[in-house]
Design a protein around this ligand. Structure first.
Ligand code: NAI
Ligand SMILES: C[N+](C)(C)CC(=O)CC(=O)[O-]
Length: 488
């Protein structure tokens, strides 16, 4: 059953939540009285569709259905999760919670995106305070995994655990904030940095651009992978944190920060900051800046994913969970039809100078399909770890059509022949009903210790044979066994 999320408030953050839920297969109903909300969300969705799949090495699930509700009642009806993302005003949030709780099913988690209000403040005068909590995300919500989950003493622990499970399912990292506090953990920290930056500009020490360079050329890069304390531990040299504290602790009493002083927030300061920011970045539209930000984040997150580190570890765990769900849905009963084993989307990095999917990605699409087949017959990573594997011996690709950016592709596999030591597969890469490529391949079963071909285990061979027997009733595919350049 496809689950439903209700997003109340569809601005910058509500739009990001909607994208994250939709791309993870949830249906989403948005309520926002702004007549521009639908247009804005469709623009956020376009950016999200180009960005989130680029982090995934597992087929994305089918996108959920997006709808726009006329009332909060309509949006929350039948919702399994509700996220409030209206403007940062406590009176407005209270009114919205009252309307949500008139119609939401009892026990449905109601997360608030609030950057600074405590959950006990949000719960004031609520009909059912136990289901309201803070789920504070980071922009762009569809790419950054962190959601600070902050309960109050009145929160129902079961609702909080359910919410954390849901957030993990959509690829997020719920950080349970144990004690409620204004601005939670991260915004308290960001506020301090923001305050210092305003002083630096107001006092004419640095421009907005110079401050951004100071962050992105140096410590910002470190923070993204190790955070603050692990970074400083390393900075303490071999003696670690104790030495770091001894050396830099005294500076805390020196006049290095203006932490509790706020520059007067008047028109002059706003114009100074906004003017410098326009000079720095005004040649880009906000949507362009969002796309630049997203592609930088993708590169950064992919590097962390390769290293199974920090936010990259969350991505790997999310892939692993989705791979299990994806394989559970495959109908493995032997029958006379090719198996549909891979779902892919043509990503920006797959496009070449001819403006279409580059040739190496066809081989990749074949590998995705064949690897899924190997997992299906029990020759996945556990089998490889035990010293057995299938190696590719020969491959022939035919390019029959074009795949373009954003196209959704499916990989199907037909087993042409098989014995205990090998199988010959015929993969079709389909764009809807059109076959854009076929890939024929011979795979040999190898004992990895000897590096020689050897019979597969009885279990793997049994599953391979059952599928090959089912496929024996199929005609030999058109194009199978062709040589390069052969006339039709
Ligand atoms: N912008 C940011 O960087 C972040 C913001 N947040 C929090 O997310 C929440 C939303 O902030 P943004 O998306 O930035 O603001 P925004 O101004 O982009 O969006 C707020 C939306 O709420 C809608 N709205 C107003 N009254 C409403 C009502 N009665 N029912 C439904 N919708 C209503 C507005 O039409 C608007 O589209 C705030 O609580 C904010 O603190 C959290 C993380 C980051
Ligand atoms: C500026 N802000 C307080 C709204 C920022 C956040 O809440 C989180 C973010 O995405 O930086």
């Amino acid at each position: 059953m496809t689950r439903k999320a209700a997003i109340i408030g569809g601005g910058v953050i509500g739009g990001g939540w909607a994208a994250r839920f939709l791309l993870n297969g949830w249906n989403v109903s948005v309520f926002d009285p702004d007549p521009q909300a639908e247009r804005k969300i469709s623009e956020v969705m376009a950016n999200a569709r180009a960005a989130l799949p680029a982090l995934s090495d597992v087929p994305m699930c089918a996108e959920g259905v997006l709808s726009f509700a006329q009332t909060i009642t309509e949006a929350v009806e039948g919702a399994h999760y509700i996220q409030e993302s209206v403007s940062e005003r406590l009176d407005l949030k209270h009114r919205v919670f009252a309307q949500i709780q008139q119609s939401a099913e009892l026990g449905t988690p109601i997360g608030s995106s609030t950057s600074g209000f405590k959950p006990s403040e949000l719960q004031e005068n609520a009909a059912n305070p136990a289901t309201i909590f803070v789920a504070h995300p980071f922009n762009p919500v569809y790419l950054l995994p962190l959601a600070e989950v902050v309960p109050s003493p009145k929160s129902d622990p079961a609702v909080i655990e359910n919410a954390k499970t849901i957030l993990r399912e959509i690829g997020m990292f719920p950080l349970h904030v144990r004690k409620e506090i204004d601005a939670h953990i991260a915004d308290r920290f960001l506020e301090a940095v923001w305050r210092e930056a305003l002083w630096l500009v107001k006092d004419g020490i640095a421009t907005t651009e110079e401050i951004d360079e100071a962050i992105r050329m140096g410590f910002g890069l470190r923070w993204g992978q190790m955070g603050l304390f692990e970074t400083y531990r390393v900075a303490g040299g071999e003696a670690g944190m104790k030495h770091f504290m001894a050396q830099f602790g005294p500076c805390l009493t020196w006049p290095w920060t203006k932490l509790m002083d706020v520059p007067e927030f008047n028109d002059e300061l706003v114009d100074l900051i906004a003017g410098q920011s326009d000079a720095q970045s005004g040649h880009h539209t906000i949507r362009e800046l969002e796309r630049i930000r997203d592609s930088n984040l993708i590169g950064f997150l992919r590097a962390l994913k390769d290293r199974n580190w920090g936010a990259g570890k969350v991505l790997r765990e999310h892939d692993a969970a989705r791979a299990v769900a994806f394989h559970a849905e495959i109908d493995t009963a032997p029958k006379a039809e090719p198996l549909v084993l891979a779902h892919m989307q043509v990503l920006p990095v797959w496009i070449d100078y001819n403006g279409h999917m580059t040739e190496s990605r066809y081989y990749f699409a074949n590998s995705e399909t064949v690897d899924a087949f190997l997992r299906l017959i029990g020759a996945g990573m556990d089998y490889v770890a035990a010293g057995n594997s299938f190696y590719s011996a020969e491959t022939h690709i035919r390019h029959l059509g074009e795949a373009k950016l954003g196209d959704k592709l499916t990989g199907t596999i037909q087993i042409i022949s098989a014995d205990e030591k090998r199988f010959r597969s015929f993969v079709r890469i389909m764009k809807g009903d059109d076959c854009v490529a076929t890939i024929e391949q011979l795979c040999l079963h190898v004992n990895m210790a000897t590096g020689k071909s050897a019979p597969a285990s009885a279990e793997v061979w049994g599953k391979l044979k059952a599928i090959a027997d089912g496929h024996a009733a199929l005609p030999l595919p058109e194009g199978a066994g062709r040589a390069v350049g052969q006339k039709k």
